[in-house]
Design a protein around this ligand. Structure first.
Ligand code: GLC
Ligand code: CA
Length: 557
């Protein structure tokens, strides 16, 4: 084993700072607020905190549109607050991983402000500008956030490229100056002592030569841009340059967010000899249960099929084994809440289902990520009205599908938003059952989930049978087991539609993980009685019997 592979043994806790803890009553979470909560994260047992973007930003996409890479968003605090956070975290033995958003900037970034002034501005080539073709956009690419990826700019009569929102113009990575700027930004933060980067949509930075049209989605107006742009021709080269010029000089952890990547791609980026990244976030399992109508993509309220879920997660486990490294996650700030999507958020079952999902993921090979509130079993918020939503992806999709193209009626779209909107993850953290769940003394920037009176940290911290206590135990088990960290993975009974069972093997030890994904009483015989129960989400072990959402882990020596 490589010596500096601490990131393989770590558990990461993701903080969405806007919704974590407000310290000054303006209703917005901030850095001093987060600093005050570090002991909670330490208590959970996490090793690393991934911080969503905290840089200066007009917040069109909640910080994923950066206008100044070297300054802190004023609502979150000052650079002193950041330095203090980093120092306090390090004192507690917690590492901090920053979000690096360099596929695009904000249109308010100085580089773009200059770039759009004239065709001969020295920053012109920092972005992707093209002439109109027959009076239209240069190609048929459709943005991740709906509409074309091209925006016409009157001043110079050219279009600029934006894979995401109009306010998020794509950087031109073909330009070596752009790459140098990025390396310098990275060094700025690494020299402060940050411990790594989560790299936003990093597999989209190398655009295909000539920017060719893509294949149009069935009946759609535009081509799915991910299919054309992901894993482009110079991606490996760019990542190797990044590694050589920056990453290799520091002992840090890196994870690349990679929509549309395959295990083969991931092996290229995270392979032992590739000198690129440590691990990737793949999207296969979170992309399951999309709409039958391909135009609607992720917008659906279908339940995930367990056979497909097992196949998807197992493919990554087996294909990367010994060749690359997995990241393990159920949710993040872009996904609905774990227990609502993959389990059951009915009050009768949610506690068991949350623990069952935690077990299933944390016993796999890879680095687990816990998204704030997941350790409490926080659920989707289930808003009823469009006006309650805030996220531009949700609002744009509603406008396009309901108002403009009339593909779908209002009530169905509201159901889909309730099941899949990113806003489900962004409601404030539920600390206690005081006003606003202890998140703020002011007016929260975003409506809270009313179930905070029942689901909150204070209720759970002291309670030995809480979801929090259970996650703590899962993390502790991993910290003390090479079997859990390095063991080989084998899926059992892939066709079982109700139970997810797998084994891990390392030297002479075997781990058996059995999870009932249904609300039914079932029986499964895996010779459980010969093993030692390491953890389970019911008080007693009934051997072959599986109660609703029951999950158990056995060790065989
Ligand atoms: C990533 C982020 C998401 C953001 C997008 C554009 O997918 O996780 O929140 O909207 O990139 O930056
Ligand atoms: Ca604040």
């Amino acid at each position: 084993m490589a010596e500096n592979d601490w990131w393989k043994k770590s558990v990461v806790y993701q903080v969405y700072p806007r919704s974590y803890q407000d310290s000054n009553g303006d209703g917005i979470g901030d850095l001093p607020g987060l600093t005050s909560r570090l002991p909670y994260i330490k208590d959970l047992g996490a090793d690393v905190i991934w911080l969503n973007p905290i840089y200066k930003s007009p917040d069109k996409d909640n910080g994923y549109d950066i206008s100044d890479y070297r300054n802190i968003q004023p609502a979150y605090g000052t650079m002193d607050d950041f330095d203090n956070l980093l120092q306090e975290a390090h004192v507690l033995g917690l590492k901090i991983m920053m979000d690096l958003v360099v596929n695009h900037t904000s249109d308010q970034n100085k580089w773009f402000q200059e770039s759009k002034k004239s065709k001969d501005n020295r920053y012109r080539d920092y972005y992707v500008w093209r002439d109109p073709v027959d009076g239209h956009a240069p190609n048929n690419w459709g943005s991740y956030f709906n509409g074309s990826t091209w925006k016409f700019d009157e001043t110079t009569g050219q279009y600029y490229l934006h894979l995401f929102a109009e306010g998020q113009p794509d950087l031109n990575w073909e330009n070596p100056q752009v790459r140098d700027e990025v390396w310098n930004v990275m060094k700025f933060w690494l020299d402060k002592g940050v411990d790594g980067f989560r790299m936003d949509v990093i597999n989209l930075i190398s655009k295909p030569t000539g920017l060719p049209d893509g294949q149009k989605a069935p009946d759609g107006k535009y081509a799915d841009v991910g299919k054309v742009v992901a894993d482009g021709p110079r991606l490996n080269e760019f990542l190797q340059e990044m590694n050589q010029k920056v990453l290799s000089k520091y002992d840090v952890m890196t994870v690349g967010e990679m929509p549309d990547s395959t295990p083969d791609d991931a092996i290229k980026y995270t392979g032992l000899d590739s000198h690129e990244l440590n691990m990737v976030f793949q999207f296969d399992h979170v992309g399951l249960a999309g709409n039958d109508d391909p135009r609607l993509g992720k917008w659906s309220d279908k339940k995930v099929n367990l056979v497909e879920l097992k196949q998807s997660l197992s493919k990554w486990e087996t294909e990367l084994n010994g060749k690359g490294w997995n990241s393990l996650y159920w949710n993040n700030h872009d996904q609905p809440r774990t227990v609502s999507k993959f389990g059951n958020d009915d009050p009768k079952y949610r506690d068991k289902a949350a623990k069952m999902l935690g077990t299933t993921l944390h016993m796999m090979q890879g680095t687990p990520y816990v998204y704030e509130g997941e350790e409490l079993g926080m659920t989707n918020v289930h808003y009823k009205k469009l006006s309650q939503y805030e996220d531009l992806e949700s609002l744009n999709a509603y406008r396009e599908f309901v108002d403009d193209e009339k593909i779908i009626d209002k009530d169905s779209m509201l159901k889909y938003l309730s099941a899949r909107s990113r806003d489900n993850a962004r409601t404030p953290m539920q600390w206690d059952n005081n006003k606003n769940a202890g998140f703020t003394s002011g007016k929260p920037w975003f409506e809270l989930n009313p179930n905070y009176t029942e689901i909150n940290a204070r209720n759970q911290i002291e309670n030995q049978s809480s979801v929090f206590a259970y996650y703590k135990k899962l993390i502790e088990l991993r910290h003390n087991s090479d079997l859990i960290i390095y063991g080989d993975y084998e899926l059992l009974d892939p066709e079982d539609e109700e139970v997810f069972t797998y084994k891990r093997r390392y030297n002479d030890e075997t781990l058996l993980v059995i999870s009932n994904f249904t609300d039914k009483e079932l029986t499964r015989d895996y010779n459980q009685s010969a093993g030692k129960l390491l953890i389970g989400n019911y008080d007693d072990d009934r051997n072959m019997e599986l109660r609703p959402y029951e999950s158990k882990v056995y060790l065989f020596k």
